[in-house]
Design a protein. Structure first.
Length: 371
């Protein structure tokens, strides 16, 4: 592996925090403002917001904050440290003119012959950077940092040829993972299409009698898992983002569906083993009238945000869930759908395993070069 030299970020990069543009300055046309909402899954997506400032202000007092093609943008507040690798992206020519706004920082390499900006981008996605960042914001789970923190941070620098080689390898692996995730998405769309073909629209169809969840499911409230948390415990602990820890006890049986209570409420998950659910996640257990795969795909197609009554933190209540109505087809019809799902899942599983291997190779390279 190439020889590493630990360097400070300011030695190799120019960086600049966006200005604090006020709400009263927003307009409906002019020059678009870039904000945290535009940073989605490692890319800049300007369709997720609609804020502008006047051309007079953009090319006047804020001219030093106008983006350039190739600028690397990273969120500096408003999210958790663990998610920062999703909240970054590059500016393309088609996005211009564009003005920075608060909670974003842009980076430029001072010398392209010494630093490939994509090499630095991968460093910011690494655990090594996240550890440094966590130390800078000790005492808070929310990301909130700026140029003063970046001036104290370092990263491992290797020669430019080795940087380019690494970037090419990582970019290639990312493209492969994107294609595999796209394939998995197509399998999911195939199942959704089959669901609609057999049962119709979940909100409008009356092919089969409807019943409220109150009569056909059991809902288990989540609990704090600290008292049952055990390293290597026999049962997983689940929140709405996936497995969080291991526990010595369980609250929910196999084939229970997790539905978010707070935060992420529109991402139901099927857990095929016994598990403990945390207090931000409901465990919804289908009763005898429901095949768990039919019920899970109903949940996947149901918009739980329809139940949200909170402006700041999305949330659902047990009472709201129990009031949901759904069709209950004869169990043999549900079994037919479940058989189709199982067949598709076999192909989907093969792609997922391949994706995991590619992810492991990606993680291995990241660990080798960045730690």
């Amino acid at each position: 592996m190439a020889e590493k030299e630990e360097v400070k970020i300011p030695e190799m990069l120019f960086f600049q925090e966006g200005p604090g543009v006020r709400n009263t300055q927003y307009t409906t046309s002019g020059v678009k403002l870039l904000n945290v909402a535009n940073l989605v899954d490692g890319k800049v997506d300007l369709s997720t917001s609609d804020r502008y400032i006047s051309e007079d202000e953009a090319y006047g007092k804020y001219r030093h904050f106008l983006c350039d093609e190739g600028d690397f943008i990273v969120a500096s507040s408003g999210i958790k440290v663990d998610y920062i690798d999703k909240k970054m992206g590059f500016i393309t020519k088609e996005m211009l003119p564009l003005c920075m706004n608060t909670s974003t920082i842009r980076f430029k390499a001072l010398d392209d012959s010494k630093l490939n900006i994509r090499y630095f981008m991968y460093f910011l996605k690494s655990n090594a950077f996240k550890r440094q960042l966590a130390k800078q914001i000790t005492g808070s789970a929310q990301l909130n940092y700026g140029p003063s923190h970046l001036k104290q941070m370092t990263f491992p620098l290797i020669d430019i040829k080795s940087q380019n080689d690494l970037v090419n390898k990582l970019d290639y692996l990312v493209r492969i993972m994107d294609k595999k995730n796209e394939s998995i998405g197509k399998y999911d769309e195939l199942i959704k299409a089959r669901f609609v073909e057999m049962f119709g629209d979940i909100y409008k169809s009356t092919i089969y009698p409807k019943q409220k969840w109150n009569d056909i499911v059991t809902i288990r409230n989540g609990k704090d898992y600290k008292k049952v948390s055990v390293k290597g415990g026999g049962y997983p602990v689940y929140g709405t983002g996936g497995e969080m820890a291991r526990a010595s006890e369980f609250l929910c049986p196999e084939n229970t569906i997790i539905v978010g209570r707070k935060g992420t409420i529109n991402n139901p998950m099927l857990v095929r083993e016994k598990f403990w659910n945390v207090d931000t996640a409901f465990g919804v257990i289908p009763g005898d009238k429901l095949h768990y795969l039919y019920f899970f795909w109903f949940c996947k197609m149901f918009d739980f945000s329809r139940l949200n009554k909170q402006a700041v933190l999305p949330s659902t209540t047990k009472a709201d869930l129990l009031n949901i109505e759904m069709q209950v087809p004869p169990i043999d019809i549900q079994n037919q759908f479940a058989t189709f799902v199982a067949q598709v899942d076999k192909s989907k599983f093969a792609v997922q395993k391949s994706l995991e291997k590619t992810q492991q190779l990606f993680d291995s390279l990241m660990q080798e070069y960045f730690g």
